[in-house]
Design a protein around this ligand. Structure first.
Ligand SMILES: Cc1cc2nc3c(=O)[nH]c(=O)nc-3n(C[C@H](O)[C@H](O)[C@H](O)COP(=O)(O)OP(=O)(O)OC[C@H]3O[C@@H](n4cnc5c(N)ncnc54)[C@H](O)[C@@H]3O)c2cc1C
Length: 415
């Protein structure tokens, strides 16, 4: 019997298990390994500080694995690609013929001086990239009604790179609704030279920050969090004082990836960006946030990539050349407060552009423009995630990015 091992039962691992169980016959065994039986709907972390109940984002990951897939609950300690084995923390060893790595990324606050200690106190420094962090932040916001609030990104890449911007817009709306906006000074602090990575989106999102009177502190390469003095310090000597700091710690690959010699400096695994096959080990594919592909680390990317990957995997096991080329397609809603959201749709070659996005029943949706329909799309995504995305059901959105409805920018617009 041929053995397929999938590491990780998060977004990408679960989708892949469902898609491949349908595509492979009974001569294949499929085993999924995860250290946890909880699956978190991570986009929900954004809403927990404001209104979503924390319990709502958690379900048992085994509910989403199909019959005919074995689940092993254990922490992965090391992959030995030459022996085609995976070593687990409980001393078990699993052999594989083919390996899919889908163990994502994790926030690592120890990489910034003072950040981990400050976060552990749960007083003036918070984050929302974990369930525990988002829940603690809810309590902090409830008791914070005046002062300087920094929304801070330590470095790129991070998963869901728009999430900190969304938080800035939502927290602005939160204080506006509580009639305390005039007492809370909000600054968005980023290592980038503008609000976002790509020029057109950066200009639109930067404009929105300005409209909402949210200050922008760009090119801020953080050196340390000084919780004692309540200042964020940059390598160039700049200091930003705060009363409440909401930070996104550096996001890195998993420790076992580094220990196995599979990752780059940040622990992300180099792959061919079109086939998702490991550059070094031909029996390893990497899906989701764990790879080094140059597009957003997002559930939508994992979804589009996983569907393209299936054809490639079937070809690889037959020894054929890989037929499908993943284009880096990402599709992200950006909550902008006031019951609205923007939509970004882009790939490796095309940056997010303005225009419209054709979408089945409720579309077309507006690209790069706050609209109610986009916000409803973001809310609907939760049910789509559990009921369609994870079980590997086809969504009415093409895997490859389409130019339909998109406006090419004028020469002046990119400046
Ligand atoms: C605040 C926030 C908001 C977001 N919003 C959106 C959004 O609106 N839209 C969108 O598309 N995406 C969004 N994302 C991103 C999305 O959640 C991730 O990109 C997606 O979950 C990545 O899937 P993955 O399978 O690669 O990793 P994950 O879903 O994180 O799964 C990784 C799995 O690997 C397991 N694992 C890790 N290490 C080990 C180990 N050593 N041993 C065993 N198991 C291990 C973990 O337990 C986990 O189950 C958001 C993320 C955050 C944090």
């Amino acid at each position: 019997m041929a053995k397929l091992l999938i590491l990780g039962a998060g977004t990408a691992g679960t989708m892949t298990a469902n898609l491949l169980r349908k595509a492979l016959d009974a001569s294949w065994s499929i085993t999924v390994v995860d250290q946890d039986t909880e699956h978190h709907y991570q986009p929900g972390y954004l809403f927990i500080p404001f209104w979503m109940e924390p319990e709502r984002v958690v379900k048992d990951c085994r509910e989403f694995l199909p019959d005919g897939v074995e689940f092993v609950e254990a922490a992965i300690e090391r992959v030995d690609p030459r022996a085609q084995q995976v070593h687990l923390a409980d001393d078990r060893t699993l052999a594989y013929d083919w390996l899919v790595i889908a163990t994502g990324t994790r926030p690592d606050p120890t990489l910034v001086e003072g950040m981990a200690e400050a976060l552990a106190e749960h007083t003036t420094v918070h984050q929302f990239f974990t369930l525990e962090g988002a829940t603690a932040l809810k309590a902090a916001l409830a008791s914070f009604d005046s002062g300087r609030l920094l929304v801070h990104v330590s470095e790129m890449p991070i998963k869901c790179p728009v999430a900190p911007l969304e938080f800035a817009f939502l927290v602005e709306d939160h204080y506006r609704k509580r009639r305390l906006r005039h007492k809370v000074d909000i600054t968005y602090v980023t290592p980038l030279d503008g609000a976002f990575t790509k020029p057109v989106a950066s200009k639109e999102l930067g404009g929105l920050l300005k409209d909402r009177s949210i200050r922008l502190a760009a090119d801020f390469a953080v050196e340390k969090v000084d919780a004692q003095r309540k200042v964020l310090v940059a390598y160039d000597g700049r200091e930003l004082p705060f009363d409440l700091l909401v930070t996104i710690p550096p996001n890195v690959g998993q420790q076992y990836v580094v220990d196995s010699g599979l990752g780059n400096d940040a622990g992300f695994i180099p792959v061919d960006k079109h086939t998702l096959r490991s550059v070094e080990h031909e029996r390893i594919f990497v899906l989701g946030d764990a790879s080094d592909i140059p597009t957003s680390k997002a559930g939508s990317v994992a979804h589009f990539a996983a569907e393209q990957f299936v054809g490639n995997f079937l070809a690889a096991i037959d020894g054929r050349s890989l037929p499908h080329s993943f284009d880096g397609h990402a599709n992200c809603f950006v909550e902008s407060g006031r019951g609205q959201a923007l939509l970004l749709d882009f790939n490796y070659d095309t940056e997010p552009l303005k225009g419209t996005f054709p979408a089945g029943l409720i579309g077309p949706m507006k690209l790069l423009k706050p609209a109610r329909v986009n916000h409803l799309g973001k809310l609907a995504f939760e049910q789509i995630y559990w009921n369609m995305l994870l079980p590997g059901r086809k969504l009415p959105v093409p895997n490859e990015m389409s130019m339909a409805g998109k406006h090419l920018p004028d020469a002046g617009e990119k400046e």
